[in-house]
Structure formats: structure tokens, C-alpha cells
Write a protein that binds this ligand. Structure first.
Ligand code: SF4
Ligand code: SF4
Length: 754
């Protein structure tokens, strides 16, 4: 297969693709003029996104001074291609500005005020790419911001890092669109650099063959490249017939290899990688000269310019500046249309401030005579006549008229069925349409809307995935929590079941708390009177509960016992026996009443009855106590009185006896002094032998005795005083009488108590 392809190439026989047209080339306006370097513009407007993919993260802020080649954005993703400062200057603004887009979209742009010095950042020139690894080369390409310069803008480092087993590396130098000669001039002037770039790709991709495709209307470019690649057998210069759009990727593959890339597939799936010649030049600049993609060749052409030419335009150069450099003819009566791109695939820009980007290869400024349709303010579109010419020329073998209807109806599913995605916007259908229907314009609008819808769907899908993931995560966390709680509960249960003091204490504490609650409830139900049964129950409950509960219970029981003991001690007094019995009876009645009331449903009545009974008992107890106190006081008074009477009686007796003894003593002393010793002795003896009167007799002396004693009172007193033995006797008699009186009083008391 490969051999047959090479044989056909060697013979100059190629395949043909479906459709295609042969519009006027109009290339001679610029094809003979060398690429002109321009003076620096005053300001550059650099869009952050100039490729297929996302814009990078900003590395600069307003006011920063930047050098030529300095990166302005950072690539954080393979689909992100950085941008660089095309020259030195100061960042004056970062804001949205109109960009090169058919719909006149605005995007974030960096405004660089050019300082005119064009000062480069430090660069590292590579003289031998063999010293670099493939990774180094890929990194350099990526860091230099190289993207496909043929129009698609696909990141080059991704394509250059394709899988092995590449059969063909196709270098696209066809440049089939009318007016555009940028690649042609680049191939003529920079053929060696392009070949060097191709060598770098060869090192990376190691393809079997390298095919450089150039239309036969570019003889100088073909010659230059043949010369530059003469020593490289692997490279084949393929001169293909000029036909629009031969430069389309799938069309060129078909021309060179005869293979058709199926819808929805990429050339890499068939072992084919394609790069534009301008991209090969940019790769060489990036890898060997450390020069990022900051400029490109732009064909500025059209009959409305005095000096149409190819120029080296810095990226970000406003179209207006280019038109000034090429001396645009100003028509005061006509608004000059400016087309970015060629007449087939280009679009009118809405402002001359639109900047040049990496995919801009042409600025067309036609005259009214040259392109009258571009000056028509009102559309000349008419109804489709179903001629089918559009289908005949479509290189992608689509049905342009049906696509048009579905696009107008915004029937996106139908557009998908009609393979709108395979449309390459070549404009061949619109070029041949007799109804002058701007078919490509409708397709582009439909593609933009579908892209927007797809992005919304993608966002919704991502949100759905996040939602599902969150839901799943929450469910997992819930299950984990439940499992954790189960384990903790099992551990607690196991710990409590163990006979450890802690576990027992905890368990007992819980049981005691339950018992206390039950006891409280029972006490409340029984009207705050706890009968013996409930106390016993509580006691039993407490016994089975904790030590703390038991202590409390025992304290209560002890208090009750003390109260009862006190009552009992009061009953032991003889004078209070009847009243104490009454109290006990009342207490029993109260308890009985409380017990009876407890069982009744009328708790309130029971409480009232109990309170009344208690009050009665209290009152009775108080009266008994008062009675006891008065009785005791009476007893004490009587006892005291008796004692005093006895004392007085005894004293009287003693005094009488003492007086008698004194009288006898006096008489004896008188006898002694008046008689002789014998007579005195006999007299004294007779006196001494006189009997002593009994105490009782002395207590109540007769009148005779008292009279005789009074008649001889002086005598008697003298006798008592003079006789100590008699005095002693009298004292003893008095003491005996006193003791007898006391004993008698005590016996009377005992009798009364009995
Ligand atoms: S613009 Fe699309 S539909 Fe029209 S001819 Fe080209 S590829 Fe076909
Ligand atoms: S070329 Fe124009 S008029 Fe003819 S079928 Fe296509 S869209 Fe209709």
C-alpha cells in the first residue's frame, strides 16, 4: 500500500477529492513581493485565547514592563497555549476587546504600549537538536505557544507528541485559497527553516515518509523546498493540482494517500499527522532559537490597497495599522469592507482594531468592482431553488441546502444527523449557490449555538456528577457513622456487663435513679404520707439499689425510729401513760386512715384527712405535755412544803430538848455550889437518873408539865445546859424523827404513782 502511494507520488499521479471549485486565484497581487518587516505599532492588543482550547492564567498586571518574548500567560493544561509579548513595552490595560471572530465577539486582551526598543528577553539558542530529548523539544514547543497556523489553531505540542507508528507526516503547503500567498512567500524565503522544523518533527514522530504538499501554482516555493530537502530522502515534495479546497486536511490526505478519514475520526487514527508549513517554521524558531510564536506572515491584499504585500506582523497588531502600512485607499462615500482570511473562508471584521492572531493569514480589502457582494448592505439572498450545485461542490460530501434549512430552524439534532461537524467552512457551496445564500454564515451560527449548548450540557453533566458523588459520599458517611455508633453501643454494653466496680457502680446508679423516681412518684400518689408498707417497699428497693440509696433510706428509717422512741420514752412517765396511749392510738388511726386513703382514688380527701388527724394529734400531744409539766410542778411544791414542815417540826423538838437539857445543867451547877460533896453527889445522881422524855412527848408537852417547868424554868434550863449527854441524845432523836418523816413521804409518793 505504502509502496503504491510512493510510486504514484513519484509518477505525479494523485487521487482526487469530491467536489471542489476553481475560483480566480488573485494571488499575483502579493506572490511576487517579498515579505516585508513592519515598523513597530504604538500599541498591541493581544487576545489571551488565540487557539482551540482554553486561555492561560495571567502572569502580568497593568503597569508591568515586559520584554520581547516574555510569557504573558501560563499554561496549566495541555489544551492551554500561552501567549508572549511580541515586543518590549508596558502593560497599559487588560480588558475585553473585539477579536477576530465572525460574530464580532469580545474577549480578554492585554494592551501593550510598545516602547520602541524591541528588547528581547534572554534566550538560549540550540545549535544541535540531537542534544535535546523529545520531552525537552515538546516542552519548548509548548512553552513557546506554537499552535496550528493553517487556520485551525490546534496546540502543536499535542500533535507533535502523537503515538509512534506514524506512516505519513504531511506538511501542508497547498495554500489553496485565493489571494493568500503568505505560505508561498514563507516557503520561498524560509525553506531551510521550514525543513529544519520538519526535521524536528521527524525526530519526534519518526514517520515512515514525509510528504510536503504544494499546489502547482507555487513553482518558486516548490523549487525552494526541493532544494532545501534535497539531501533528505525521507522527504517527498508533492506538487498537487490547484483546486479549492485542496488544502483541507481530509482533502489533502485523500489527494496524497487516497485514504478517506471517516466522519468523527482523526487522521492520527490512520497513522497520519499533518502540519502547516508556517507551523514548521514556528517549531524551528521555538526549538532552535528560543523564539516564541510572536509574529507571523500575513498577506495584506486587495485592490483597495495601494501596496498589497506579505508582511511580518506581530501578533496583536491592529488591522488598522496593517492597512496603513499597505496604503489603503479611502473612499469617502463607501464603507470599506475588511475581510480577515481569504474570500472563501474569511469574514468581515466589525472593527479595524481587531488584532492579528496566530491563525490570521490574510487581510483582504477588496474594491467594489473586485467583490461587489462584500459592499452589499442588504442581503441579496433568495429562496433555494434546490439546484443541488452546493452538494456537487461540497468536499465533505454533505447536503448544504438541507443543512441550511435545519440551521435556520435551529434543529440541532437534525444538523447532527446531517454531519454538520464535518463541514470545513470552505464556502464552496456558497460560492456556487445561484440564490446567493450565505450558507457558511448559517453554518457558523449553528455551530456556535451547538457549541454553547454542548458547554451548558457539559456543565450540567459535571454538576450532576458532582451531585451524585456528593450524595454517594454522604450516604457512605452515614453508613459509617451508624456502624461506629453500633460498635460504640456494643462496647458500652460489654463494659457494663463486666463485673468491674465502675460498671457495677454505673449500673447501680442507674437502678438507684430509677428507684428514686419510682419512690417519688409513689410518695406523690399517697399524698406525701408514706405508710409503713411504702416505706418498706422503698427500703427493699433501696436495698437492691446502690449504697447511696440505701444510706438515704436508712437515714429516713432512723429518723422515724428516733421519733417513735421519743414518743415511747414520753409514755414511760407514770403520769402520762393514759395520754401516750391516746397518742399511739391516734397515730395508728392516722396511719390506718392514711393507708385507707391511699387506696382510695380520692387523694385529695386523704391528704386533708391526714393533715387534720396529724394536727389533732399534735394538739393533744401538746396539751398532755403542758399537763405533765403542771403536775410535776405541783409535786415539787408539795414535796417542798412537806419538807419544810418536817424541818420545822424537828427543829422545834430539838430546841425543846435542848432547852430541857440546858435547864438541867444549870440546876446541877447550882447544887454543886450550895451543898456538900456527898449531898451534891446524891442529888446529882437522882437528877441524872430522871428519865428523859420521849420525843413525842416533847413534841406536845402538857400544860402541867409546861407550868411546872415554867415554875422551875430557870432550874430546868440550867439542868439542860449543864448536861452534854442529854443534848446529844436529843440531836439523835431529832435526826431519827427526820429520817422517819422522809421515809413516810417517799412511801406516800410511790403509792400515789401506783
Ligand atoms: S462549506 Fe461546508 S457544506 Fe459548504 S461546501 Fe464547504 S464543506 Fe460543504
Ligand atoms: S446551491 Fe443554493 S440554491 Fe442550489 S440547492 Fe444549494 S442552497 Fe439551494
Amino acid at each position: 500500500m505504502v509502496e503504491s502511494i510512493l510510486e504514484r507520488i513519484a509518477r505525479g499521479h494523485f487521487w482526487d477529492f469530491h467536489g471542489g471549485i476553481h475560483p480566480p486565484e488573485q494571488k499575483t497581487l502579493t506572490s511576487t513581493k517579498p515579505i516585508k518587516p513592519l515598523t513597530l505599532p504604538k500599541q498591541l492588543i493581544i487576545p489571551l485565547q488565540q487557539h482551540i482550547g482554553r486561555e492561560g492564567d495571567l502572569l502580568v498586571v497593568i503597569g508591568d514592563k515586559v520584554l520581547k518574548g516574555q510569557p504573558l500567560t501560563l499554561s496549566t493544561n495541555p489544551m492551554v497555549v500561552p501567549i508572549h509579548a511580541p515586543t518590549s513595552g508596558i502593560i497599559s490595560a487588560i480588558k475585553k476587546s473585539v477579536i477576530a471572530h465572525p460574530s464580532g465577539l469580545s474577549q480578554l486582551c492585554i494592551f501593550l504600549d510598545v516602547d520602541g526598543e524591541d528588547t528581547w528577553r534572554k534566550r538560549q539558542i540550540c545549535t544541535d537538536i540531537e542534544q535535546l530529548t523529545n520531552s525537552d523539544i515538546i516542552e519548548k514547543i509548548a512553552d513557546s505557544g506554537v499552535a496550528g497556523m493553517g487556520g485551525a489553531g490546534f496546540p502543536t505540542h499535542i500533535k507533535a507528541n502523537s503515538k509512534p507508528d506514524i506512516n505519513f507526516l504531511i506538511i501542508n503547503g497547498a495554500e489553496c485559497e485565493p489571494y493568500i500567498t503568505a505560505d508561498d512567500l514563507l516557503m520561498m524565503e524560509q525553506s531551510d527553516a521550514i525543513i529544519d522544523g520538519i526535521k524536528i518533527l521527524d525526530k519526534l514522530l519518526t514517520p515512515a515518509f514525509i510528504l510536503i504538499a504544494i499546489e502547482d501554482n507555487k513553482p518558486k516555493a516548490i523549487k525552494a523546498l526541493k532544494h532545501a530537502s534535497a539531501n533528505i530522502e525521507k522527504i517527498k515534495i508533492c506538487t498537487i493540482p490547484a483546486k479549492y479546497p485542496a488544502g483541507g486536511e481530509k482533502q489533502l490526505i485523500k489527494i496524497l494517500t487516497g485514504q478517506e478519514v471517516p466522519s468523527g475520526k482523526l487522521p492520527i487514527h490512520d497513522g497520519i499527522v499533518m502540519q502547516n508549513v508556517a507551523t514548521c517554521f514556528a517549531i524551528n524558531e521555538a526549538v532552535r532559537h528560543d523564539t516564541p510564536l510572536i509574529r507571523r506572515v500575513v498577506t495584506v491584499t486587495g485592490q483597495a490597497l495601494n501596496k498589497p504585500q506579505n508582511v511580518w506582523a506581530l501578533l496583536g497588531t491592529p488591522i488598522k495599522f496593517l492597512l496603513e502600512q499597505c496604503e489603503q485607499q479611502v473612499d469617502e462615500f463607501e464603507q470599506q469592507p475588511v475581510i480577515m482570511g481569504g474570500p472563501m473562508m474569511g469574514f468581515c471584521v466589525s472593527s479595524e482594531l481587531v488584532p492579528i492572531v496566530k491563525t490570521s493569514n490574510c487581510i483582504l480589502v477588496p474594491s467594489k468592482k473586485e467583490m461587489p457582494s462584500a459592499f452589499d448592505k442588504e442581503s441579496s439572498e433568495v429562496e433555494c431553488i434546490r439546484c443541488g450545485q452546493c452538494s456537487d461542490v461540497c468536499p465533505s460530501q454533505l447536503l448544504p441546502q438541507e443543512l441550511q434549512w435545519s440551521a435556520k430552524a435551529k434543529d440541532y439534532p437534525q444538523l447532527e444527523k446531517l454531519n454538520l461537524s464535518d463541514c470545513i467552512d470552505c464556502g464552496a457551496c456558497a460560492y456556487v449557490c445561484p440564490s446567493q445564500i450565505p450558507l457558511v454564515h448559517y453554518y457558523r451560527i449553528a455551530k456556535a449555538e451547538i457549541r454553547e449548548q454542548q458547554q451548558l450540557d457539559l456543565k450540567a453533566e459535571k454538576a450532576k456528577i458532582r451531585f451524585e458523588a456528593r450524595k454517594l459520599r454522604l450516604e457512605k458517611e452515614k453508613v459509617a457513622r451508624q456502624e461506629k455508633h453500633k460498635k460504640a453501643a456494643a462496647a458500652r454494653k460489654a463494659a457494663m456487663n463486666k463485673a468491674t466496680p465502675e460498671a457495677t457502680g454505673a449500673k447501680s446508679a442507674v437502678a438507684a435513679a430509677l428507684a428514686r423516681v419510682k419512690a417519688k412518684k409513689a410518695a406523690k400518689d399517697s399524698g406525701k404520707i408514706v405508710d409503713k408498707t411504702s416505706q418498706e417497699n422503698l427500703k427493699n428497693t433501696s436495698n437492691s439499689a446502690t449504697n447511696t440509696g440505701e444510706d438515704q433510706k436508712s437515714q429516713v428509717a432512723a429518723a422515724i425510729a428516733r421519733a417513735k422512741a421519743k414518743k415511747k420514752s414520753n409514755t414511760n412517765k407514770p403520769s402520762k401513760s393514759i395520754e401516750t396511749d391516746s397518742i399511739d392510738n391516734i397515730d395508728k388511726e392516722v396511719e390506718k386512715s392514711a393507708a385507707t386513703k391511699q387506696t382510695s382514688s380520692d387523694d385529695k380527701k386523704a391528704k386533708i384527712a391526714a393533715a387534720i388527724a396529724k394536727a389533732k394529734a399534735k394538739k393533744l400531744s401538746k396539751s398532755i405535755e403542758v399537763s405533765e409539766q403542771s403536775e410535776v410542778a405541783k409535786d415539787k411544791t408539795a414535796e417542798k412544803s412537806a419538807s419544810i414542815q418536817q424541818m420545822n417540826h424537828d427543829d422545834k423538838k430539838a430546841k425543846i430538848a435542848a432547852a430541857i437539857a440546858k435547864a438541867k445543867q444549870k440546876a446541877l451547877e447550882k447544887i454543886k455550889t450550895e451543898s456538900s460533896v456527898e449531898a451534891n453527889e446524891s442529888k446529882t445522881a437522882s437528877l441524872l437518873n430522871q428519865p428523859i422524855p420521849e420525843a413525842d412527848q416533847l413534841t406536845t408537852p402538857s400544860k402541867a408539865t409546861l407550868s411546872s417547868s415554867s415554875s422551875s424554868s430557870r432550874e430546868s434550863d440550867t439542868e439542860v445546859k449543864a448536861t452534854p449527854a442529854l443534848d446529844k441524845k436529843a440531836k439523835i432523836s431529832a435526826a431519827i424523827a427526820k429520817a422517819k418523816a422522809k421515809k413516810k413521804l417517799k412511801e406516800e409518793r410511790n403509792d400515789s404513782s401506783k
